[in-house]
Ligand binder design. Sequence first.
Ligand SMILES: Nc1ncnc2c1ncn2[C@@H]1O[C@H](COP(=O)(O)OP(=O)(O)OP(=O)(O)O)[C@@H](O)[C@H]1O
Ligand SMILES: [Mg+2]
Length: 326
Amino acid sequence: MTASATLALSTKDLKKRYGSQVALDGLNLEVPTGIVYGFLGPNGAGKTTTMRLLTGLIRPDQGAIYLMGESFTGANRQLLYNVGALIESPSFYPHLSARDNLRVIGASGKAVTRSRVEEMLELVGLRDRARDKVANYSLGMRQRLGIAVALLNDPALLLLDEPANGLDPAGIVGLRDTLKNLAASGKTVFISSHILPEVQQMADIIGIVAAGRLVSQGPLDELLATQAIVRVKVTPAESAKALELLSALAGDGHVSITDAGGAWLTVRTAAERSTEVNRVLAQAGIFAAGLEAGSDLESLFLQLTQPTAPEQPAGPYAGWYAGAAR
Ligand SMILES: Nc1ncnc2c1ncn2[C@@H]1O[C@H](COP(=O)(O)OP(=O)(O)OP(=O)(O)O)[C@@H](O)[C@H]1O
Ligand SMILES: [Mg+2]
C-alpha cells in the first residue's frame, strides 16, 4: 500500500444511513500527511457523520477507513491513540475545573504530563479560568476546552468538527494559527465547516461534500484559479453597454451583474486580464470606478452544494433554500 503511505487519512466508498435517511453515499476522501484539509459542506451534508465514523463512535454500513495507512475496523481502536478529535458539543465532567478535566481525560490515553495540561490551557487562553467549574463555562470557553482536549495527546491526526463554533474573533485567529503551525510541524489537520471563508483562510486542500458525496477535492489555490474573476464597477447607466462589451471579451454567459444597484460586473477571467477589461471599457468611453481581481469560490461552493436548489423564494426568507433537504 505505497499510495496510502503518504495519506494520513482516507476513506473508500463510505456509506452510512440512519433509517431511510442517507447520510453518506459513497464518500472517498484522500487526506495527505502534514496539511490542513478543509472539509466543507452545507448543513446536513454528512460532515459530523464522517467524523463519528472516523473515530469509531458509529460503524459504517459499507466502505473502508484508513488511518495513517492502516485499515481502521473498529476492532483496532489503538489506532485512535494517534488521533485527537473534537466532535459536536464536547462533553466534560461539569463539576470539575478545566484543569482537572484535562488531567482526568489525559489519564485515559497516552500518558499526559502536568506541564502538557498547563501548556494546553495557555494555548487555548483558559489559564486564568482553569480553576473554574466547567459547568459555569460559556459556549466559547467549552469549545476552547474541547480543542485543548483534542490536542492533549499531541496526536498525529487531528479531527475537528466545526471547531470555530462559538469562538470569538481572537479565538478564531488563535485556532487558525495553531492549526497552521501543527501542519507545519508535520501533523495532519482535518477540519469541517459550513463556512467557506473560515476554511479558505487556513486550508491547503479543500474537499466539498454535498448530500453525502464528495463533489470537489483539490488544493485551494487550484480551486481558486478555476474560479478567477475580475470585478468592475460602472455607473448604472453604463452597465448595459459594459455588459455587452465584456460579454464579447469573456464569452457567453461569463459576465454577470452581481449588484444591480451598484452595477458591479463580474467577468469570469484570470486576474492578468484585468487591464484588458479596463481597456475595452475605456475605448468605449466607460471609465471604471472600481476594478478588482480575485476568486469567486463562494459561487462554486453554492453551485456544487445546491444542485437541486429551487427558485429562491422571495421575501424575508430569500436565500434560505434547503441545501440539506433531499
Ligand atoms: N442520529 C441521526 N438520526 C437520523 N438522521 C441523522 C442522525 N444524524 C444525522 N442524521 C442525518 O444525516 C444527514 C447528515 O447529517 P450530519 O450531521 O452528518 O450533517 P453535517 O454535515 O454535520 O451538518 P451540519 O453542518 O448541520 O452540522 C442529515 O440528513 C441528518 O439529518
Ligand atoms: Mg455537523
